[in-house]
Ligand binder design. Structure first.
Ligand SMILES: Cc1cc2nc3c(=O)[nH]c(=O)nc-3n(C[C@H](O)[C@H](O)[C@H](O)COP(=O)(O)OP(=O)(O)OC[C@H]3O[C@@H](n4cnc5c(N)ncnc54)[C@H](O)[C@@H]3O)c2cc1C
Length: 312
């Protein structure tokens, strides 16, 4: 239902709608389906439960498009605290970060400085970081910042969106670099001159792009092996990937599956039980509104779930 998707994506950046939804007492309760909670303690608890069930995690402290440098620095400090918690509690968890949360729109240098502190700290405690991909206006600068960080640290990965035409070239370049890439379909509203309008075309491109990383040819560069995170809840794509991995003997350290907290938990557990590396993206924090709206946009059934709770 593309109209519904567009409407919810438009609402995700609308401040009036935001104030209405976050002021609504039931919203918090409904959000808990997709968000681990508002505090770091909530997130730690969620990761401990996932780890106990054999699932890996990546922590996302919710937030994007901060208004000033002080907010960006506070957001960076929150990530440093999350890394402390990962170390203290011995969690099997990485962290995922949005560059607009680190001040990208205010000053790319400030953003890079914040990222250096996060990626550097993650490196010292032996864990990894991933830069989430936002809308297409920020794709190139996000890749540029990733490449700068990658020259300094080897524990930073990036995200590529299968709905963008440019992603084929980006995936090939990243593979040749030996980069760690999370491949997702893409969650933003993008214009038709740069992205696939039809979902079936994005789905087909997802397979094509995955193959660049899963293929047998080995283009290891700088001593680092390319790694693919297949971030999708699409059961058909997951079945395709499992068959491809088996047929081509893809080593298990070259890929992992990733899904969002609260979505297809059954499939997450099934994959972990089959011994596939399976990582769950665990969002937490008070700034849940845009994340929540993007999840509603992805699936009409979620809107029905929301409405039925509102009218109960
Ligand atoms: C770990 C992870 C990280 C991500 N990081 C980014 C990022 O950095 N940038 C970005 O643009 N996007 C990101 N995304 C979101 C992604 O781009 C898609 O919007 C989202 O994953 C839905 O696409 P899908 O691949 O699951 O396939 P779809 O074809 O949309 O869905 C397949 C099936 O999954 C289930 N499903 C999917 N979405 C939902 C939902 N919201 N609620 C309930 N069920 C659902 C349904 O059963 C559906 O039939 C990420 C996704 C994951 C899993």
């Amino acid at each position: 239902m593309p109209i519904l998707r567009d409407a919810f994506l438009a609402l995700s950046t609308n401040s009036t709608a935001r104030n209405f939804v976050i002021g609504f007492p039931l919203s918090r309760k409904i959000t808990r389906r997709f968000v681990a909670g508002e505090t770091l303690a909530d997130a730690i608890n969620a990761v401990q439960q996932l780890n106990a069930a054999g699932l890996l995690a990546t922590l996302d402290h919710l937030g994007e498009s901060v208004a000033n440098a002080a907010d960006a620095r506070r957001a960076k400090d929150d990530y440093l605290a999350a890394l402390d918690a990962i170390q203290q509690h011995n969690l099997q968890s990485h962290v995922s970060v949005k560059l607009t949360h680190m001040g990208l729109d205010i000053d790319p240098e400030l953003c890079l400085d914040n990222m250096r502190q996060i990626v550097g700290k993650a490196q010292t405690i032996g864990t990894k970081t991933r830069i989430d991909m936002e809308d297409s206006a920020r794709t190139q600068i996000t890749l540029n910042i990733f490449k700068t960080l990658r020259e300094e640290y080897d524990n930073v990965g990036i995200v590529i969106q299968a709905y963008l035409f440019r992603s084929d070239a980006d995936m090939r370049e990243l593979y040749a670099m030996g980069a760690r890439v999370r491949l997702c379909k893409g969650a933003y509203k993008e214009p038709p001159d740069i992205s696939f309008a039809a979902k079936k075309d994005t789905d087909a491109n997802y397979l094509k792009l995955s193959e660049i990383f899963l293929a047998e040819t080995d283009a290891r560069a700088n001593g680092a092996a390319p790694h693919l995170a297949l971030a999708t809840h699409d059961a058909q794509i997951i079945d395709w990937a499992k068959a491809y991995i088996k047929a081509h003997n893809v080593p298990y350290d070259r890929f992992e599956f990733q899904m969002l907290y609260g979505i297809r938990s059954d499939l997450q557990r099934a994959l972990a039980q089959e011994d596939y590396p399976m990582r769950v993206y665990v969002p937490y924090g008070a700034q849940w509104y845009p994340y929540f709206m993007r999840r509603l946009a992805e699936r009409p059934a979620n809107v029905i779930f929301l409405l039925s709770n509102l009218f109960k």
